[in-house]
Design a protein around this ligand. Structure first.
Ligand code: ADP
Ligand code: MG
Length: 253
């Protein structure tokens, strides 16, 4: 029964760049409905771990299972089609397309594997894509800007559109790598509020990389601490807050 497997599970996940071990024997488990944050000092291997899961990087060793299936041999788009979506890549926005077109493409991309199967499936999927686009734009508060070219959006709305693009695929797992990087305090607050809203409304499972501890402690069910590629601690926000190893990794690093 697929429902009883953890949603995501890595086993001994190791990535080396030349002699440098960026992630070292990482076992990470994410259950359905869980909100997990990954923290750790600069260079700890957080982004590498995310890029391994999205298949942007090949592991040197180890396995990644999503819904019980190994995804290590797959192309990035195959992982998207299975329900993994990464947000906060400005590169994912097509600047000269409208907000709606951007969301539509994202909704379509998650379907592509099944397209052209037969007329009825095709038609249902198009209806589905249309609905998903509308729901997504509504959820991220961009319905009234649907016809605006993406490049003309103010910065904060661009970030909303990035979340929308990730959500349009209705992912089972949303990955976010430093979503508030480069944002003003106001934009940071708006983004965190949006993540909170989406978390409540959609019951989304996510893995968040974030350096702002206040955000991490308020938004996470569980926190995983990486240092020099290794998981050095794991627990609830309360457990992590008082953990001496974590304090040493940050202060002594
Ligand atoms: P974090 O996101 O926690 O700051 P990264 O995963 O980006 O850390 O990096 C982990 C380590 O791997 C760092 O020492 C970094 O310099 C190195 N690294 C990351 N990507 C590459 C790459 N493509 N080539 C070589 N070294 C890399
Ligand atoms: Mg990083």
């Amino acid at each position: 029964d697929a429902g009883s497997e953890p949603l995501l599970q890595t086993h001994g996940l190791t990535k080396e760049f030349g002699g440098l071990v960026a992630t070292d024997d990482v076992d990470l488990t994410v259950e359905r409905g869980e909100r997990v944050s990954i923290i750790g000092p600069n260079g700890a291997g957080k982004s590498t771990l995310i890029n391994l899961i999205t298949r942007r990087l090949d592991p040197t060793e180890g396995d990644i299972r999503f819904k019980g299936e190994s995804i290590v041999g797959m192309e990035p788009h195959e992982v998207v089609q299975r329900g993994v979506s990464k947000s906060f890549q400005t590169a994912s926005i097509f600047p000269d397309l409208t907000v709606r077109e951007n969301a539509e493409i994202a909704a379509l991309a998650a379907e592509q594997g099944d397209f052209g199967f037969n007329f009825f499936t095709h038609r249902n999927k198009l209806t589905d894509v249309h609905e998903r686009t509308e729901n997504t734009l509504d959820a991220v508060g961009l319905l009234n800007q649907a016809h605006t070219d993406a490049e003309d959006l103010p910065y904060g709305d661009k970030r909303r559109l990035e979340i929308g693009i990730a959500l349009a695929a209705e992912p089972d797992l949303l990955l976010m790598d430093e979503p508030t990087a480069g944002m003003s305090p106001e934009e940071t607050k708006a983004t965190v509020d949006l993540i909170e809203e989406v978390k409540e409304e959609l019951g989304l499972t996510f893995v968040l990389v974030e350096h702002d501890m206040e955000i991490v402690f308020s938004i996470s069910d569980r926190i995983v601490v990486l240092n020099r590629g290794q998981v050095i601690a794991e627990g609830t926000p309360e457990e992590i807050r008082g953990n001496p190893d974590v304090q040493e990794a940050y202060l002594g690093g």
